[in-house]
Design a protein around this ligand. Structure first.
Ligand SMILES: C[S@@+](CC[C@H](N)C(=O)[O-])C[C@H]1O[C@@H](n2cnc3c(N)ncnc32)[C@H](O)[C@@H]1O
Length: 198
């Protein structure tokens, strides 16, 4: 996998067409929000939010703040046009350089294979969450489908192999109480709670 600048350029080039290229089953997105147990007035962080695939579902849960962060400023620009709302805040930056904390929930939806340094990502998610906060690494497809889509040399340059939920969860178990693992042909979730403070 190439460096973060190449990942940014790859997604920048696709931002305008992204919503036409990708389909997300709304029922599965609802299921992910239910698994996250999102309650009204919470602060939600959507890491690698892209154009906001999760936003409709998350906004229906009435968050206090929905904060989206994405490396690609063109993805963020599309998301900004779609969601000009006072409780939606968008940042075009590498999540590893994001410094806000105190979130109740952090989603990494349909983006995990695009992070080369999973240990640094896990540590950053831990910093962003409050004690008791929950993270979800989630896909509304199975890992074999995702891996197959990432096979072309061009996509291999911006993605990593997605292991079983059990394998990938090892890193997260170092920092979190991981209590949800789903690894079916139709859904993939690693989720857990931050139980320790600073
Ligand atoms: C496959 S897209 C998914 C976008 C969105 N979650 C969706 O489901 O449509 C992966 C996204 O991850 C973002 N990304 C990759 N590395 C990132 C990083 N280090 N920090 C923030 N965003 C990142 C890319 O810019 C891209 O928009």
């Amino acid at each position: 996998m190439d460096d973060v600048q190449h990942v940014k350029e790859y997604f920048d080039c696709r931002a305008e067409q992204w919503d036409q290229i990708c389909h997300h089953d709304p029922a599965k997105l609802e299921a992910l929000a239910t698994l996250a147990d999102i309650q009204p007035d919470q602060n939600i962080l959507d890491i690698a939010c892209g154009t906001g695939a999760m936003f409709d579902v998350l906004l229906r849960r009435k968050p206090h703040r929905l904060v989206g962060v994405d490396l690609s400023d063109r993805m963020i620009s599309v998301a900004r046009q779609k969601y000009p709302l006072p409780n939606v805040e968008l940042f075009a930056q590498d999540i590893l350089e994001f410094s806000q904390t105190g979130f109740d929930t952090a989603f990494i939806y349909s983006a995990y294979p695009h992070f080369s340094n999973k240990i640094a990502l896990c540590k950053k998610v831990w910093e962003c969450l409050k004690t008791g906060g929950r993270f979800l690494v989630a896909h509304s497809e199975g890992r074999k489908t995702i891996d197959a889509r990432h096979q072309s040399p061009q996509v291999q340059r911006v993605s990593t192999h997605l292991g079983t939920a059990e394998q990938e969860a090892r890193i997260w178990k170092e920092q979190f109480d991981v209590d949800i693992l789903i690894d079916t042909p139709f859904l993939y979730v690693i989720s857990g709670v931050k139980t320790t403070g600073l």
